[in-house]
Design a protein around this ligand. Structure first.
Ligand code: HEC
Ligand code: HEC
Length: 427
């Protein structure tokens, strides 16, 4: 039996349906509009990432474009391995310096000695840094009732920084401070448990708490909380592009030039940040060959068994396969990878020690040589052998606790952690 609606009801039915259809069209339109403007922003960000900046660049508005002091003329010059956003070679290492706390000044300062300048006479040198922060002469001084002889103290420590890959940084950006703290507490509890059993090799990472209370996740010292802030600083410091967050450096002064006009609009900065945030994450690529497949599976077990996973936490804050706790550790070793100088007075309590570095995420590690903060390890094997300090138990296990086959399995596992381009090629 057919049911006919009355005219009035039919009209109401048509109105309501019509309204729904309209609403659907409008919202779909909005969704698409937002998606397409997001895509446009990412595409423009990509252009800016690979753009080779020049002095007075047409893209830099009222600013002076590239420089005057800079490390490279594009982001991609350094971040290039396995595609735009990748890691970098040692020839592009950044020369940074720290001014250590001393008897005249208990603060720590830092800066970058730029590798390039738009005009030759502005080129920066180490000597300029040493001139600005000269050796503090020693002598005899009286502390309490004692005469104390103080040595001369050079407060400047230079360090090379190798370019890390940016793949997947958007996911790291979303890891909550709480997850990092919770994981670090877990490490401390396990460590305490082990100490009760007389084992003092346990791992305890230091969460980097920034002056404003947020947790640092980016940079070798975990000195930035967000990708956005890192990108803005990279524009200013690496390429010499002033922006509303950070101005370019004043040549030879090793600090921001407050007078410099902006080289970038907030839209450009947004685009560049969005591009970085949306870079695909690295993946574990399982070999098709069954023997190699078995090696990778076994290698992953060995990785946990010999304590690598204590710091290189496989999953953190919902991000699977990251292999980092995003904490700082001192893994340097006086008799292995060089002596690390102590400051004259203790570091300010919220600052990392000189030998503290963030556990680098190992995702994509197969495509990011050379390794360690200074790029001093050309191979994965060498990187592992350079683990001293808080990681020496793990190195000992690697060198003496497992057989040659399992050492190879471990390396096979690390070599299966690939950057996005290699992941795509493998599929
Ligand atoms: C001269 C080489 C060089 C150039 C040019 C360069 N970078 Fe970097 N980048 C580095 C180094 C070295 C680090 C690590 C620095 C540190 O930890 O203090 C880094 C780190 C980063 C990080 C943090 C990654 C992480 O996970 O910790 C981001 C984001 C980044 N760069 C973005 C950019 C962008 C965007 C540009 C272009 C405006 C750029 N970089 C230009 C060398 C470079
Ligand atoms: C106590 C914490 C800790 C343990 C345990 C540990 N690591 Fe590390 N690992 C680090 C830190 C910190 C760095 C960075 C050091 C630096 O840059 O000077 C690092 C660096 C690395 C690197 C270089 C990555 C890069 O991008 O430069 C590799 C590879 C690596 N570790 C693998 C391993 C393996 C394999 C094991 C187990 C045998 C292991 N680690 C055990 C903390 C640890």
């Amino acid at each position: 039996m057919k049911v006919w609606l009355s005219w009035g009801r039919r009209r109401r039915f048509l109105w309501v349906t019509g309204a729904f259809v309209m609403l659907w069209v409008v919202t779909q339109g909005f969704v698409r509009l937002i998606a397409s403007s997001e895509q446009e922003l990412t595409a423009e960000g990509r252009e800016l990432f690979i753009h080779e900046w020049t002095p007075d660049d047409p893209l830099s508005g009222d600013g002076d474009g590239l420089g005057p002091v800079f490390n490279a003329n594009s982001c991609v010059a350094c971040h290039s391995q396995g595609g735009a956003g990748g890691a970098g070679e040692n020839k592009h290492n950044v020369r940074a310096f720290s001014v250590l706390p001393n008897r005249n000044d208990s603060n720590i300062y830092g800066g970058v000695v730029h590798a390039n300048a738009t005009v030759e006479h502005l080129l920066e040198t180490d000597e300029q840094v040493l001139g600005q922060y000269p050796i503090i002469p020693g002598g005899v001084t009286v502390i309490g009732n004692c005469q104390v002889r103080l040595e001369d103290f050079n407060p400047v420590e230079f360090e090379e920084l190798n370019t890390p890959a940016l793949f997947g940084v958007g996911l790291i950006d979303e890891i909550s401070d709480w997850s990092i703290r919770q994981n670090a507490w877990g490490q401390s509890l396990t460590a305490l448990g082990k100490e009760f059993q007389g084992n003092f090799d346990a791992t305890m990472g230091k969460v980097r708490v920034l002056p404003d209370g947020r947790i640092g996740k980016f940079g070798w010292k975990a000195q930035f909380a967000t990708v956005e802030e890192f990108v803005a600083t990279a524009c200013a410091v690496e390429v010499g592009l002033s922006n509303s967050y950070r101005q370019q450096d004043q040549p030879g002064q090793f600090k921001a030039d407050e007078q410099a006009e902006y080289d970038m609009t907030s839209y450009q900065l947004d685009g560049l940040t969005t591009f970085c945030l949306t870079l695909e994450r690295p993946e574990l690529v399982m070999p098709r060959n069954s023997k190699e497949h078995t090696a990778v599976v076994r290698g992953r077990q060995v990785f946990t068994e010999i304590g690598c996973a204590e710091c290189h936490t496989p999953d953190l804050g919902g991000v699977k396969g990251l292999y980092s706790d995003l904490c700082l550790h001192n893994i340097s070793d006086p008799d292995h990878n060089g002596y690390v100088r102590e400051p004259e007075v203790p570091m300010p309590s919220n600052m990392p020690e000189l030998a503290d570095w963030k556990t680098p995420p190992l995702w994509g590690v197969a495509d990011s040589a050379p390794y360690m903060h200074d790029g001093s390890s050309p191979t994965l094997e060498d990187a592992i052998e350079n683990h001293g300090g808080d990681a020496k138990h793990s190195r000992k296990q690697y060198l003496e606790g497992i057989n040659d086959k399992n050492r190879k399995n471990l390396i096979a596992f690390l070599k299966a952690l690939r950057a996005p381009e290699a992941v795509a090629a493998a599929n």
